[in-house]
Ligand binder design. Structure first.
Ligand code: C2O
Length: 536
């Protein structure tokens, strides 16, 4: 196994999109940032140096970080941020994982421009469980605001209202021509007739799930969130922020140019956003003037298209890649996720109130000392372990919301015994509006064993759970006005963040953390922190 050394310099850089220029926070001056390559079982050391005015931290989204929570990255959860002028070396080993993941800033809204791909290849000599592609391409999808994204969220927090939606989406950093700025270029994906390509799709957007489509071409999904799936043929992929999807595409159409489109999916759109990012699939040898064949992206609220795709995904569950679904449950948890309204005397625009978000009615309050440090060094007063395992007030989650929409505030964690098995039902409350919440769990992969619309029925619904080959992920959409059930084994000691990967909801408080105790055996406890761990 090899050791890879990377240098990530966080620097400002001017970037021009949509015919206007603004300074953005980047890694090494790139948007999207550099791709991190490794193989399964390799060790990666990334020295992150902060040259900007903001505090910074980087998260390696989906990397399990077995016993190395110190390298996970969420600010004030596993580490204090890297202050301006300081650096920190993220040191981790990639155990039992291969596939596409992403890295991104995990503080403020810096993720909007500070993100990039992680490509973990199988161990040397181990083939993919699908035909070897001619070439592989990383395709990073994201959002772009004309204004500074920190200003966008700060203004929203002041007003108590929701922030503006982005001005465009991007495919590998480029929106393609959009109304008002037709000179804007687009990404080109070169292909050769008859060859098959592996596209490593990543949704690095802040707040929007996206549909991805290529005109005239079928996509075969072979992996999601760095876990292999049964090959799934589809016209359209739907991908939530934080999720990754590997697809095979064969250049089997008439030579020419074909439109590639990334467009928003919001099943209950509060804000209208019809902006589609475009790129071009270009057969080599085709004359540039050949017109692009058009593709119609699904409408913004095409819930059926999205559900049809999501519900069809299954773990590969082969001899070499068995789905290790926990068959028994030690912790049976039920968490509501959704929005709420709290008083805010200074929020004039929202009539003295503000939109908040919560899990089991707890709006998470960020601590000023990292939870993992408080846990490891036994610092009291940073968090409490009374996060409720069930909703304190039961109500009809998908019907009329309760009269009182206020939430409680606190820095609460839920404690799990080492190696215990967890079943967690995540129920959308539909308060203010039903919304699809892509929930991400740090430190683990989980199996999505069940999903449904309306209120979860604890008597009937578990009978229909798939405990054989459910899809394994690190980020799952809680359906709008419905629920999803996940299972995982708490075999990674430490403090692990769980939150909605729509950044606006995270900011509003849709987040919590699990504290997993050390085991008693060898190699079952959290390792001590590295000496350069940032101080608060
Ligand atoms: Cu990709 Cu806690 O996030």
């Amino acid at each position: 196994c090899r050791v890879h050394h990377y240098k990530f310099n966080v620097v400002m850089k001017n970037s021009t999109k949509l015919c206007s220029t603004k300074p953005i926070v980047t890694v090494n001056g790139m948007f999207p940032g550099p791709t991190l390559y490794a193989r399964e079982d390799d060790t990666v050391l990334v020295k992150v140096t902060n040259h900007v005015k903001y505090n910074v931290s980087i998260h390696w989204h989906g990397i399990r970080q077995l016993r190395t929570g110190w390298a996970d990255g969420p600010a004030y959860i596993t580490q204090c941020p890297i202050q301006p002028g300081q650096s920190y070396v993220y040191n981790f080993t990639i155990t039992g994982q291969r596939g596409t993941l992403l890295w991104h800033a995990h503080i403020l809204w810096l993720r909007s421009t500070v993100h990039g791909a992680i490509v973990v290849l199988p161990k040397r000599g181990v083939p993919y469980p699908f035909p070897k592609p001619h070439k592989e391409n990383v395709v990073v999808l994201a959002e772009w605001w004309k204004s500074d994204t920190e200003a966008v969220i700060n203004q929203a927090l002041k007003s108590g209202l929701a922030p503006n939606v982005s001005d465009a989406h991007t495919i590998n950093g480029q929106p393609g021509p959009v109304s008002g700025c037709f000179s804007q270029g687009g990404y080109t994906l070169p292909v050769k007739s008859g060859k098959t390509y592996l596209l490593r799709l990543i949704n690095a957007a802040l707040n929007e799930e996206l549909f991805f489509k290529i005109a005239g071409h079928k996509l075969t999904v072979v992996e999601v969130d760095a876990t292999y799936v049964k090959p799934l043929k589809t016209d359209t992929v739907v991908i939530a922020p934080g999720q990754t999807t590997n697809v095979l595409v064969t250049a089997d159409q008439n030579a020419g140019k074909y439109l590639v489109a990334a467009s928003p999916f919001m099943d209950a759109p509060i804000a209208v956003d019809n902006v589609t990012a475009t790129a071009t699939l270009h057969y080599s040898g085709t004359i540039a003037s050949t017109p692009t064949t058009l593709t119609k992206p699904p409408p913004q609220n095409a819930t059926a298209v999205a559900n049809n795709f999501i519900d069809s995904l299954r773990s590969l569950n082969s001899k070499n890649y068995p789905a290790k679904v926990p068959q028994t449950v030690d912790h049976n948890l039920f968490f509501t996720v959704g929005l709420g309204i709290n008083p805010c005397p200074s929020c004039k625009a929202a009539n003295g109130s503000r939109v908040v978000a919560s899990i089991n009615n707890v709006t998470f309050v960020m601590p000023t000392t990292a939870l993992l440090q408080a846990h490891f060094f036994n610092i009291s007063g940073v968090f409490t372990t009374d996060f409720p395992g069930n909703p304190p007030n039961v109500f009809n989650y998908t019907g009329t919301p309760p009269a009182n929409l206020a939430t409680t505030r606190g820095t609460k964690v839920y404690r799990l015994a080492y190696n215990s098995t967890v079943q967690l039902v995540l129920q959308d409350t539909g308060i203010i509006a039903p919304e699809n919440h892509p929930v991400h769990l740090h430190g683990f992969n989980f199996f999505a064993v069940g999903k449904g619309l309306g209120n979860f029925n604890p008597k009937k619904d578990p009978r229909k759970f798939n405990l054989v080959d459910p899809v394994e992920r690190n980020t799952i959409g809680v359906p709008s006005g419905g629920w999803v059930a996940i299972r995982f084994r708490a075999d990674n000691p430490g403090v692990w963040f769980m939150h909605c990967h729509l950044e606006v909801h995270t900011t509003w408080g849709l987040k919590m953390a699990f504290l997993v105790d050390n085991g008693r055996g060898p190699n079952q406890s959290l390792l001590p922190p590295p000496s350069d761990l940032p101080k608060c």
